[in-house]
Design a binder for this molecule. Sequence first.
Ligand SMILES: [Zn+2]
Ligand SMILES: [Zn+2]
Length: 166
Amino acid sequence: MKINISNLSEGVHEYEFEENPSSIELDERFSRPVVAKVGIEKRRRQLFLTGHIKTFGKFVCDRCLDNFEKEIEVDYRMTYVYDMEDAGEIDRGEITVIHTSTNEINIAEDVREYILLSVPLKLLCKDDCAGLCSTCGANLNQGACGCPKEDIDPRWEKLKKIINKN
Ligand SMILES: [Zn+2]
Ligand SMILES: [Zn+2]
């Protein structure tokens, strides 16, 4: 995911990358190609990058423990400058300082990081996932399991949760 910037003219340039997840060091949850559409606007001593990244990840649902695939889509901005003085008034996303002799920028690491950052902390196969029956372990997304509805003394509820964890 390298962009040659050595003779880049002023103005907007567009790039598209398609990369194997493993080649940008993404873990095995990611098995489909990572597509990154990148625009770079060169203005004298500044390069403004906007990236649009798309891929898919295979995850385990936190609630029902089923595997599911989820599209990961993320936009990011990066501004490349030759020294922090150039960055003075910029407040567009993050800033990377590059050397005047830098011929190419490699966006692979940023792409990987933005993908990992956009994996939700709570992973659910669907928003209303019904989870597992706490009695028989059946996946309640596939219908009711027939266990009697529990009626527990709320004072025991906490203890039961602890037991279920083990
Ligand atoms: Zn689920
Ligand atoms: Zn059940």
